[in-house]
Design a protein around this ligand. Structure first.
Ligand code: ADP
Ligand code: MG
Length: 315
């Protein structure tokens, strides 16, 4: 067993994230500094992230919250496929559906109608978190499902003592058994999302490579700062993940260039391309890593898993 990990503020197992801002020598996507090495889509030299070593023991988990108040940017898709890729590398992963739409549960083939959900834990009608967790079809990847009940949670919890810390408290029961917990937020910055940020060691922001993508990121960053100030001083920005990138369009490339200009090395090197394989896989209730294991999109999520492990954001 590794040393117990009692709360987000004690994540010493993980080195500090790289936080350098872009410098004048940061190569731009088009032109700019001539580079001798091959550049990746973010305009930086491509890194081969090594295959991670197998883990000899499991837990305590690092909790990563996937958050962006804009809908349809790839939060759920990333939770599913990052979770699946991490479990391919032998990591024990718990994916938490924190959206009343229940898309994560459905995308992993879990029926959340006739079984307890994360809502029951939040409101206390189920006490033991183990009673809510179900296995997915991916070995090593478990799910804490949600359904439309969760839409009543914010109203229900508003008068609770320490209402922002309820998820963190619930998760403490199970983090010892997992290496990574991924929380898939709903598209809002309300109390549920604040709970997810308060429980987290790190936050991953999927950002669609689309013109209006940057709108709203300032508000999101402000919310994360507030949570850091008031509730969870140790929360780290694990990275911004460009999604739905289409290398054939100038538009996509320009948006990505702007994102890198604005956020520098906080933008992950891994970029997720746009492909219809994702909606297809979702309908069949399995991750793309199983639906189309050799597809570039499956490889991209494996690279994301390796990059996060390499950066110290996952075990
Ligand atoms: P969010 O959880 O942020 O609302 P989703 O992950 O549910 O976003 O994605 C929204 C829609 O876009 C879904 O239908 C999903 O299948 C699709 N999608 C996600 N990622 C991609 C991608 N890289 N390429 C094409 N479609 C995608
Ligand atoms: Mg979603």
């Amino acid at each position: 067993m590794r040393a117990p990990h009692r709360g987000p503020s004690e994540g010493r197992r993980y080195p500090d994230r790289v936080r350098t801002q872009p410098t004048s020598s940061t190569p731009t996507l088009f032109g700019g500094t001539p580079a001798t090495t091959e550049l990746g889509p973010t305009g930086r030299p491509r890194t081969e992230f090594p295959e991670p070593a197998p883990l000899e023991s499991h837990g305590p988990a690092r909790i990563i919250t996937l958050c962006n108040q804009k809908g349809g940017v790839g939060k759920t898709t990333t939770t599913i496929n990052l979770g699946a890729a991490l479990s391919e590398y032998g990591r024990r992963v718990l994916a938490i559906d924190f959206d009343p739409q229940g898309a994560l549960s459905a995308g992993l083939g879990v029926q959340a109608h006739d079984q307890p959900t994360v809502y029951d834990l939040l409101v206390g009608s189920v006490k033991d978190a183990h009673d809510v967790i179900v296995p997915s079809r991916v070995p090593g990847l478990d799910v804490m499902p949600a359904n439309i009940d969760l839409s009543a949670a914010e109203v229900h919890l508003v008068n609770e003592v320490a209402r922002e810390q309820i998820l963190a408290r619930v998760l403490r029961q199970v983090t010892g058994e997992y290496d990574v917990v991924l929380v898939d937020c709903q598209p809002s910055l309300g109390l549920l999302t604040v709970n997810a940020l308060t429980a987290a060691h790190g936050v991953l922001i999927p950002l669609e490579c689309e013109f209006f993508a940057l709108r709203g990121v300032a508000l999101l960053v402000e919310t994360i700062e507030k949570v850091r100030d008031r509730l969870n001083p140790a929360i780290e920005l694990d990275g911004i993940l460009p999604t739905m990138f289409d290398s054939r369009t100038l538009h996509s490339r320009e948006v990505l260039e702007r994102v890198v200009e604005a956020f520098g090395d906080q933008v992950l090197e891994t970029v997720i391309g746009r492909t219809v394989k994702f909606p297809d896989a979702t309908v069949s209730g399995v991750p793309i890593t199983q639906f189309a294991p050799g597809h570039a999109a499956a490889q991209a999520y494996r690279q994301l898993a390796r990059e996060l492990i390499h950066r110290g954001a996952a075990a």
